[in-house]
Design a protein around this ligand. Structure first.
Ligand code: GLA
Length: 441
Protein backbone atom coordinates (compact mmCIF):
# COMPACT_ATOMS: atom_id res chain seq x y z
CA UNK A 1 0.00 0.00 0.00
CA UNK A 2 2.66 2.40 1.08
CA UNK A 3 4.69 1.56 -2.01
CA UNK A 4 1.64 2.16 -4.19
CA UNK A 5 1.12 5.53 -2.50
CA UNK A 6 4.68 6.59 -3.20
CA UNK A 7 4.29 5.51 -6.76
CA UNK A 8 1.14 7.54 -7.21
CA UNK A 9 2.51 10.68 -5.70
CA UNK A 10 5.75 10.04 -7.63
CA UNK A 11 3.59 9.96 -10.74
CA UNK A 12 2.24 13.44 -9.89
CA UNK A 13 5.77 14.69 -9.20
CA UNK A 14 7.06 13.66 -12.60
CA UNK A 15 5.31 16.41 -14.61
CA UNK A 16 6.11 18.86 -11.81
CA UNK A 17 9.80 17.93 -11.97
CA UNK A 18 9.73 18.26 -15.74
CA UNK A 19 8.11 21.66 -15.39
CA UNK A 20 10.73 22.78 -12.88
CA UNK A 21 13.50 21.52 -15.15
CA UNK A 22 11.95 23.40 -18.04
CA UNK A 23 11.74 26.57 -15.96
CA UNK A 24 15.37 26.14 -14.92
CA UNK A 25 16.45 25.70 -18.53
CA UNK A 26 14.43 28.75 -19.55
CA UNK A 27 16.01 30.76 -16.74
CA UNK A 28 19.47 29.67 -17.89
CA UNK A 29 18.76 30.59 -21.48
CA UNK A 30 17.22 33.92 -20.46
CA UNK A 31 20.04 34.72 -18.00
CA UNK A 32 21.78 37.70 -19.49
CA UNK A 33 25.46 37.22 -20.11
CA UNK A 34 27.20 39.19 -17.37
CA UNK A 35 30.79 40.33 -17.26
CA UNK A 36 32.04 36.79 -17.01
CA UNK A 37 30.18 35.66 -20.13
CA UNK A 38 30.76 38.63 -22.39
CA UNK A 39 33.92 37.05 -23.77
CA UNK A 40 36.06 40.04 -22.76
CA UNK A 41 38.99 40.54 -20.39
CA UNK A 42 40.20 36.96 -20.75
CA UNK A 43 43.49 38.38 -19.43
CA UNK A 44 43.67 41.49 -17.22
CA UNK A 45 42.89 44.61 -19.30
CA UNK A 46 45.82 46.93 -19.99
CA UNK A 47 45.74 50.61 -20.77
CA UNK A 48 45.78 54.13 -19.42
CA UNK A 49 43.30 55.87 -17.08
CA UNK A 50 43.44 59.57 -16.36
CA UNK A 51 42.33 59.71 -12.71
CA UNK A 52 45.34 59.49 -10.39
CA UNK A 53 47.57 61.74 -12.50
CA UNK A 54 45.08 64.29 -13.87
CA UNK A 55 42.21 64.12 -11.36
CA UNK A 56 39.37 66.60 -11.98
CA UNK A 57 41.23 69.47 -13.61
CA UNK A 58 38.52 71.22 -15.62
CA UNK A 59 40.17 74.64 -15.94
CA UNK A 60 41.61 74.55 -19.44
CA UNK A 61 42.31 78.29 -19.40
CA UNK A 62 44.72 77.92 -16.50
CA UNK A 63 45.89 74.37 -17.24
CA UNK A 64 45.61 73.82 -21.00
CA UNK A 65 48.02 70.84 -21.01
CA UNK A 66 46.60 69.03 -18.02
CA UNK A 67 42.86 69.63 -18.08
CA UNK A 68 40.42 66.81 -18.84
CA UNK A 69 39.81 67.48 -22.51
CA UNK A 70 39.73 65.73 -25.87
CA UNK A 71 43.16 67.18 -26.55
CA UNK A 72 44.64 65.33 -23.57
CA UNK A 73 43.18 62.03 -24.73
CA UNK A 74 44.22 62.57 -28.34
CA UNK A 75 47.78 63.27 -27.23
CA UNK A 76 47.81 60.13 -25.09
CA UNK A 77 46.36 58.12 -27.99
CA UNK A 78 49.13 59.39 -30.29
CA UNK A 79 51.80 58.40 -27.78
CA UNK A 80 50.28 55.04 -26.96
CA UNK A 81 50.52 54.20 -30.64
CA UNK A 82 53.86 55.84 -31.43
CA UNK A 83 55.89 54.99 -28.31
CA UNK A 84 55.39 51.26 -28.14
CA UNK A 85 52.66 51.17 -25.46
CA UNK A 86 49.97 49.71 -27.69
CA UNK A 87 52.38 47.16 -29.11
CA UNK A 88 53.18 45.66 -25.70
CA UNK A 89 49.48 45.45 -24.81
CA UNK A 90 48.32 48.81 -23.36
CA UNK A 91 45.16 49.03 -25.41
CA UNK A 92 42.40 50.81 -23.47
CA UNK A 93 42.62 54.60 -23.25
CA UNK A 94 40.20 55.45 -20.46
CA UNK A 95 38.46 58.64 -19.44
CA UNK A 96 37.61 58.87 -15.73
CA UNK A 97 35.34 61.33 -13.89
CA UNK A 98 34.82 65.00 -14.92
CA UNK A 99 34.33 64.56 -18.68
CA UNK A 100 30.63 65.42 -18.55
CA UNK A 101 28.68 68.61 -18.92
CA UNK A 102 26.96 69.54 -15.65
CA UNK A 103 23.53 68.49 -16.98
CA UNK A 104 22.02 65.93 -19.36
CA UNK A 105 20.78 67.09 -22.77
CA UNK A 106 17.11 67.68 -23.65
CA UNK A 107 16.60 63.99 -24.40
CA UNK A 108 18.06 63.07 -21.03
CA UNK A 109 21.33 61.80 -22.51
CA UNK A 110 24.73 62.31 -20.93
CA UNK A 111 26.80 64.82 -22.87
CA UNK A 112 30.46 65.78 -22.69
CA UNK A 113 31.49 69.22 -21.54
CA UNK A 114 31.16 71.26 -24.77
CA UNK A 115 34.25 73.41 -24.16
CA UNK A 116 36.58 70.61 -23.26
CA UNK A 117 35.23 67.97 -25.70
CA UNK A 118 33.98 70.15 -28.58
CA UNK A 119 34.15 67.31 -31.14
CA UNK A 120 32.13 64.91 -28.98
CA UNK A 121 32.95 61.45 -27.65
CA UNK A 122 31.99 59.68 -30.85
CA UNK A 123 34.69 61.55 -32.79
CA UNK A 124 37.18 60.89 -30.01
CA UNK A 125 36.32 57.18 -30.15
CA UNK A 126 36.92 57.22 -33.93
CA UNK A 127 40.28 58.86 -33.38
CA UNK A 128 41.27 56.38 -30.68
CA UNK A 129 40.15 53.48 -32.87
CA UNK A 130 42.14 54.84 -35.80
CA UNK A 131 45.25 54.43 -33.61
CA UNK A 132 44.45 50.77 -33.00
CA UNK A 133 43.29 51.51 -29.44
CA UNK A 134 40.02 51.25 -27.54
CA UNK A 135 38.17 53.93 -25.61
CA UNK A 136 37.01 53.68 -21.99
CA UNK A 137 34.59 56.05 -20.24
CA UNK A 138 33.33 56.64 -16.70
CA UNK A 139 29.87 56.83 -15.12
CA UNK A 140 28.33 56.28 -11.69
CA UNK A 141 25.52 54.06 -10.39
CA UNK A 142 24.13 56.80 -8.13
CA UNK A 143 22.57 60.22 -8.51
CA UNK A 144 25.89 61.94 -9.09
CA UNK A 145 29.45 60.88 -9.87
CA UNK A 146 32.00 61.20 -7.06
CA UNK A 147 32.97 64.61 -8.44
CA UNK A 148 29.33 65.76 -8.71
CA UNK A 149 28.51 65.23 -12.41
CA UNK A 150 25.24 63.55 -13.53
CA UNK A 151 24.83 59.99 -12.23
CA UNK A 152 23.27 57.08 -14.11
CA UNK A 153 20.60 56.18 -11.53
CA UNK A 154 17.35 55.77 -13.45
CA UNK A 155 19.17 56.05 -16.79
CA UNK A 156 21.09 52.79 -17.03
CA UNK A 157 19.71 51.68 -20.40
CA UNK A 158 19.88 55.12 -21.93
CA UNK A 159 23.48 55.61 -20.79
CA UNK A 160 24.54 52.15 -21.95
CA UNK A 161 22.94 52.86 -25.35
CA UNK A 162 24.62 56.27 -25.51
CA UNK A 163 28.04 54.76 -24.77
CA UNK A 164 27.53 51.96 -27.30
CA UNK A 165 26.34 54.50 -29.88
CA UNK A 166 29.49 56.53 -29.39
CA UNK A 167 31.69 53.45 -29.90
CA UNK A 168 32.92 53.13 -26.33
CA UNK A 169 34.74 49.87 -25.48
CA UNK A 170 34.98 49.97 -21.66
CA UNK A 171 32.84 51.50 -18.92
CA UNK A 172 34.20 52.19 -15.43
CA UNK A 173 31.12 52.34 -13.21
CA UNK A 174 31.62 54.07 -9.87
CA UNK A 175 29.41 53.73 -6.78
CA UNK A 176 29.26 57.20 -5.22
CA UNK A 177 25.95 58.72 -4.11
CA UNK A 178 23.97 55.49 -4.11
CA UNK A 179 21.40 55.41 -1.29
CA UNK A 180 21.33 51.78 -0.13
CA UNK A 181 23.09 48.45 -0.58
CA UNK A 182 20.10 47.21 -2.58
CA UNK A 183 20.35 50.15 -4.96
CA UNK A 184 24.10 49.58 -5.24
CA UNK A 185 23.59 45.96 -6.27
CA UNK A 186 20.70 46.87 -8.58
CA UNK A 187 22.74 49.63 -10.18
CA UNK A 188 25.71 47.39 -10.93
CA UNK A 189 23.51 44.58 -12.22
CA UNK A 190 21.31 46.85 -14.31
CA UNK A 191 24.25 48.50 -16.00
CA UNK A 192 25.76 45.07 -16.74
CA UNK A 193 22.49 43.94 -18.35
CA UNK A 194 22.10 47.23 -20.19
CA UNK A 195 25.63 47.08 -21.61
CA UNK A 196 25.08 43.50 -22.63
CA UNK A 197 21.82 44.39 -24.35
CA UNK A 198 23.54 46.95 -26.56
CA UNK A 199 25.26 44.09 -28.39
CA UNK A 200 28.56 45.99 -28.39
CA UNK A 201 31.63 44.43 -26.73
CA UNK A 202 32.12 46.65 -23.70
CA UNK A 203 34.41 45.75 -20.81
CA UNK A 204 32.64 46.47 -17.52
CA UNK A 205 34.72 47.78 -14.61
CA UNK A 206 33.04 47.90 -11.20
CA UNK A 207 33.68 49.30 -7.72
CA UNK A 208 30.80 47.35 -6.20
CA UNK A 209 32.73 45.47 -3.45
CA UNK A 210 34.58 48.63 -2.38
CA UNK A 211 31.30 50.40 -1.55
CA UNK A 212 29.61 47.25 -0.24
CA UNK A 213 32.30 45.96 2.13
CA UNK A 214 31.89 48.40 5.02
CA UNK A 215 28.27 47.22 5.43
CA UNK A 216 28.14 43.73 3.94
CA UNK A 217 30.45 40.92 2.90
CA UNK A 218 30.73 40.98 -0.90
CA UNK A 219 29.53 37.94 -2.79
CA UNK A 220 32.33 37.59 -5.32
CA UNK A 221 30.64 34.77 -7.22
CA UNK A 222 27.78 37.15 -7.96
CA UNK A 223 30.09 40.11 -8.67
CA UNK A 224 32.01 38.04 -11.20
CA UNK A 225 28.77 37.21 -12.98
CA UNK A 226 28.30 40.89 -13.73
CA UNK A 227 31.72 42.58 -13.84
CA UNK A 228 34.97 42.09 -15.74
CA UNK A 229 37.00 43.56 -12.91
CA UNK A 230 36.26 45.21 -9.60
CA UNK A 231 37.92 47.47 -7.07
CA UNK A 232 38.10 46.19 -3.47
CA UNK A 233 40.08 48.86 -1.71
CA UNK A 234 40.54 52.63 -1.54
CA UNK A 235 41.91 54.81 -4.34
CA UNK A 236 45.62 54.59 -4.97
CA UNK A 237 47.69 57.74 -4.48
CA UNK A 238 51.18 58.52 -5.72
CA UNK A 239 52.82 57.26 -2.51
CA UNK A 240 54.61 54.19 -1.21
CA UNK A 241 52.28 54.06 1.82
CA UNK A 242 49.35 53.71 -0.56
CA UNK A 243 51.02 50.86 -2.51
CA UNK A 244 51.89 49.13 0.79
CA UNK A 245 48.32 49.49 2.09
CA UNK A 246 46.94 47.94 -1.09
CA UNK A 247 49.38 45.01 -0.84
CA UNK A 248 48.57 44.52 2.86
CA UNK A 249 44.85 44.60 2.21
CA UNK A 250 45.22 42.12 -0.64
CA UNK A 251 47.37 39.62 1.26
CA UNK A 252 45.20 39.81 4.36
CA UNK A 253 42.06 39.09 2.28
CA UNK A 254 43.64 36.65 -0.16
CA UNK A 255 41.63 33.67 1.09
CA UNK A 256 38.42 35.33 -0.05
CA UNK A 257 39.54 37.08 -3.26
CA UNK A 258 42.27 35.08 -5.00
CA UNK A 259 40.35 32.01 -6.16
CA UNK A 260 37.55 33.99 -7.78
CA UNK A 261 39.93 35.82 -10.15
CA UNK A 262 40.32 34.31 -13.58
CA UNK A 263 39.64 34.85 -17.29
CA UNK A 264 36.77 37.32 -17.58
CA UNK A 265 36.89 38.63 -13.97
CA UNK A 266 39.75 40.20 -12.01
CA UNK A 267 40.44 41.92 -8.70
CA UNK A 268 41.54 45.49 -9.39
CA UNK A 269 44.07 46.98 -6.95
CA UNK A 270 43.80 50.29 -8.88
CA UNK A 271 46.09 52.19 -11.24
CA UNK A 272 49.84 51.93 -11.80
CA UNK A 273 51.51 55.15 -10.64
CA UNK A 274 54.87 54.23 -12.18
CA UNK A 275 56.39 57.23 -13.97
CA UNK A 276 54.84 59.77 -11.58
CA UNK A 277 56.41 61.55 -8.62
CA UNK A 278 55.95 59.57 -5.43
CA UNK A 279 57.64 56.17 -5.82
CA UNK A 280 61.38 55.53 -5.81
CA UNK A 281 62.86 53.33 -8.55
CA UNK A 282 62.74 50.29 -6.27
CA UNK A 283 59.16 51.03 -5.26
CA UNK A 284 58.17 51.28 -8.91
CA UNK A 285 59.75 47.87 -9.48
CA UNK A 286 57.70 46.59 -6.53
CA UNK A 287 54.47 47.97 -7.95
CA UNK A 288 55.10 46.48 -11.40
CA UNK A 289 56.16 43.09 -9.99
CA UNK A 290 53.32 42.78 -7.49
CA UNK A 291 50.63 43.98 -9.94
CA UNK A 292 51.86 41.22 -12.25
CA UNK A 293 51.68 38.73 -9.36
CA UNK A 294 48.13 39.84 -8.50
CA UNK A 295 46.89 39.41 -12.10
CA UNK A 296 45.81 43.04 -11.86
CA UNK A 297 44.48 45.16 -14.68
CA UNK A 298 47.48 47.27 -15.76
CA UNK A 299 46.03 50.76 -16.10
CA UNK A 300 48.73 53.38 -16.01
CA UNK A 301 47.93 56.83 -14.70
CA UNK A 302 50.89 58.93 -15.72
CA UNK A 303 51.89 61.52 -18.27
CA UNK A 304 53.12 59.72 -21.35
CA UNK A 305 54.40 63.06 -22.70
CA UNK A 306 56.88 63.24 -19.82
CA UNK A 307 58.02 59.84 -18.65
CA UNK A 308 61.56 58.74 -17.81
CA UNK A 309 63.17 56.08 -19.99
CA UNK A 310 63.55 53.93 -16.87
CA UNK A 311 59.84 54.06 -15.96
CA UNK A 312 58.96 53.43 -19.60
CA UNK A 313 61.24 50.39 -19.80
CA UNK A 314 59.75 49.00 -16.58
CA UNK A 315 56.15 49.49 -17.77
CA UNK A 316 57.02 48.00 -21.16
CA UNK A 317 58.99 45.04 -19.79
CA UNK A 318 57.66 42.16 -21.89
CA UNK A 319 58.61 39.42 -19.44
CA UNK A 320 56.68 41.08 -16.60
CA UNK A 321 53.73 41.76 -18.88
CA UNK A 322 53.78 38.08 -19.91
CA UNK A 323 53.44 37.10 -16.24
CA UNK A 324 50.57 39.56 -15.77
CA UNK A 325 48.88 38.28 -18.92
CA UNK A 326 49.52 34.57 -18.32
CA UNK A 327 46.67 32.65 -19.98
CA UNK A 328 46.10 30.36 -16.97
CA UNK A 329 44.69 33.47 -15.29
CA UNK A 330 45.39 32.48 -11.70
CA UNK A 331 46.00 35.30 -9.24
CA UNK A 332 49.14 35.07 -7.07
CA UNK A 333 49.20 35.18 -3.28
CA UNK A 334 51.63 35.66 -0.42
CA UNK A 335 53.10 32.40 0.84
CA UNK A 336 55.04 33.73 3.75
CA UNK A 337 56.05 36.81 5.67
CA UNK A 338 59.41 36.48 7.32
CA UNK A 339 60.54 39.57 9.20
CA UNK A 340 60.72 42.32 6.63
CA UNK A 341 60.45 39.91 3.72
CA UNK A 342 57.38 38.74 1.90
CA UNK A 343 57.46 35.78 -0.47
CA UNK A 344 54.68 35.65 -3.09
CA UNK A 345 53.99 33.10 -5.81
CA UNK A 346 51.72 32.92 -8.81
CA UNK A 347 51.01 29.69 -10.72
CA UNK A 348 51.54 30.17 -14.44
CA UNK A 349 50.64 28.04 -17.44
CA UNK A 350 52.81 25.01 -18.18
CA UNK A 351 53.65 24.39 -14.51
CA UNK A 352 55.77 27.54 -14.27
CA UNK A 353 55.62 29.89 -11.29
CA UNK A 354 56.30 33.58 -10.80
CA UNK A 355 57.99 34.29 -7.49
CA UNK A 356 58.31 37.71 -5.88
CA UNK A 357 60.57 38.51 -2.94
CA UNK A 358 59.63 41.87 -1.45
CA UNK A 359 61.84 43.62 1.11
CA UNK A 360 59.58 45.83 3.22
CA UNK A 361 62.48 47.34 5.17
CA UNK A 362 62.72 51.03 4.30
CA UNK A 363 66.20 51.75 5.62
CA UNK A 364 69.75 50.43 5.15
CA UNK A 365 71.05 48.62 2.11
CA UNK A 366 70.16 45.48 0.20
CA UNK A 367 69.21 42.53 2.39
CA UNK A 368 69.77 38.87 1.61
CA UNK A 369 66.79 36.54 1.65
CA UNK A 370 67.35 32.78 1.51
CA UNK A 371 64.61 30.30 0.81
CA UNK A 372 64.22 26.71 -0.25
CA UNK A 373 62.75 25.86 -3.64
CA UNK A 374 60.81 23.18 -1.70
CA UNK A 375 58.50 26.00 -0.54
CA UNK A 376 57.48 26.95 -4.03
CA UNK A 377 54.28 25.72 -5.65
CA UNK A 378 53.61 23.40 -2.68
CA UNK A 379 56.83 21.61 -3.58
CA UNK A 380 55.98 21.21 -7.27
CA UNK A 381 57.51 24.35 -8.82
CA UNK A 382 60.96 22.87 -8.93
CA UNK A 383 60.38 19.14 -8.82
CA UNK A 384 62.59 17.38 -9.72
CA UNK A 385 64.44 20.33 -11.28
CA UNK A 386 63.73 23.76 -12.63
CA UNK A 387 65.39 26.64 -14.35
CA UNK A 388 65.07 30.01 -12.66
CA UNK A 389 65.09 33.31 -14.48
CA UNK A 390 65.33 36.64 -12.69
CA UNK A 391 63.04 39.17 -14.38
CA UNK A 392 63.21 42.24 -12.13
CA UNK A 393 64.99 44.44 -11.26
CA UNK A 394 67.17 43.16 -14.13
CA UNK A 395 66.88 40.16 -16.37
CA UNK A 396 69.32 37.29 -15.80
CA UNK A 397 69.54 33.56 -15.78
CA UNK A 398 69.89 32.02 -12.32
CA UNK A 399 70.48 28.53 -13.69
CA UNK A 400 69.15 25.11 -12.79
CA UNK A 401 67.98 24.08 -9.35
CA UNK A 402 66.62 21.00 -7.63
CA UNK A 403 63.52 20.88 -5.45
CA UNK A 404 65.75 21.14 -2.37
CA UNK A 405 67.99 23.97 -3.56
CA UNK A 406 68.49 27.03 -1.44
CA UNK A 407 68.27 30.28 -3.27
CA UNK A 408 69.60 33.54 -1.94
CA UNK A 409 68.61 36.88 -3.40
CA UNK A 410 69.62 40.38 -2.41
CA UNK A 411 66.70 42.79 -2.36
CA UNK A 412 66.95 46.57 -2.11
CA UNK A 413 64.93 48.35 0.59
CA UNK A 414 61.26 48.58 -0.51
CA UNK A 415 62.25 46.75 -3.70
CA UNK A 416 61.29 43.40 -5.15
CA UNK A 417 63.11 40.62 -6.95
CA UNK A 418 60.81 38.93 -9.44
CA UNK A 419 61.68 35.40 -10.59
CA UNK A 420 60.16 32.79 -12.84
CA UNK A 421 60.61 29.06 -12.36
CA UNK A 422 60.15 26.60 -15.20
CA UNK A 423 59.96 22.98 -14.18
CA UNK A 424 62.20 20.50 -15.98
CA UNK A 425 61.26 16.87 -15.85
CA UNK A 426 64.68 15.18 -16.24
CA UNK A 427 67.25 15.34 -13.49
CA UNK A 428 69.86 17.77 -14.74
CA UNK A 429 72.93 19.50 -13.41
CA UNK A 430 72.02 21.26 -10.23
CA UNK A 431 73.13 24.63 -9.04
CA UNK A 432 72.78 24.23 -5.31
CA UNK A 433 73.15 27.00 -2.77
CA UNK A 434 73.64 29.74 -5.33
CA UNK A 435 73.91 33.28 -4.16
CA UNK A 436 73.20 36.41 -6.14
CA UNK A 437 74.50 39.85 -5.58
CA UNK A 438 72.30 42.95 -5.52
CA UNK A 439 71.31 44.65 -8.70
CA UNK A 440 72.28 48.27 -9.03
CA UNK A 441 69.26 50.29 -10.02
C1 GLA B 1 36.28 57.37 -6.92
C2 GLA B 1 36.99 56.23 -7.61
C3 GLA B 1 38.23 56.75 -8.32
C4 GLA B 1 37.86 57.84 -9.30
C5 GLA B 1 37.09 58.94 -8.59
C6 GLA B 1 36.53 59.95 -9.57
O1 GLA B 1 37.02 57.88 -5.87
O2 GLA B 1 37.32 55.22 -6.70
O3 GLA B 1 38.91 55.69 -8.98
O4 GLA B 1 37.11 57.29 -10.34
O5 GLA B 1 36.00 58.40 -7.85
O6 GLA B 1 35.77 60.92 -8.94
Amino acid sequence: MAGGGRQRSGGRRAPLAALLLLLLLLALVAWPAGGLDNGLARTPPMGWLHWERFLCQTDCAQEPRNCISEQLFMQMADLMASDGWRDVGYQYLCIDDCWMAPTRDKQGRLQPDPDRFPSGISKLADYVHSKGLKLGIYADAGNETCAGFPGSYGYYELDADTFAGWGVDLVKFDGCNVGTLELLAEGYKNMSWALNKTGRSIVYSCEWPLYQRPLQKPNYTEIKQYCNYWRNYFDITDAWTSVKNILDWTSSHQDSIVDIAGPGGWNDPDMLVIGDFGLSCDQQVTQMALWAMMAAPLLMSNDLRRISPRAKALLQNKEVIAINQDPLGKQGYRITKDGNFELWERPLSGGAFAIAVLNRQDFGGPQMFAFSTAFLGSGLACNPTCSIQQILPTSRDLGLHSWVSFLKVAVNPTGTVLLKTVVIEEKLVINNGSSHSPDPL
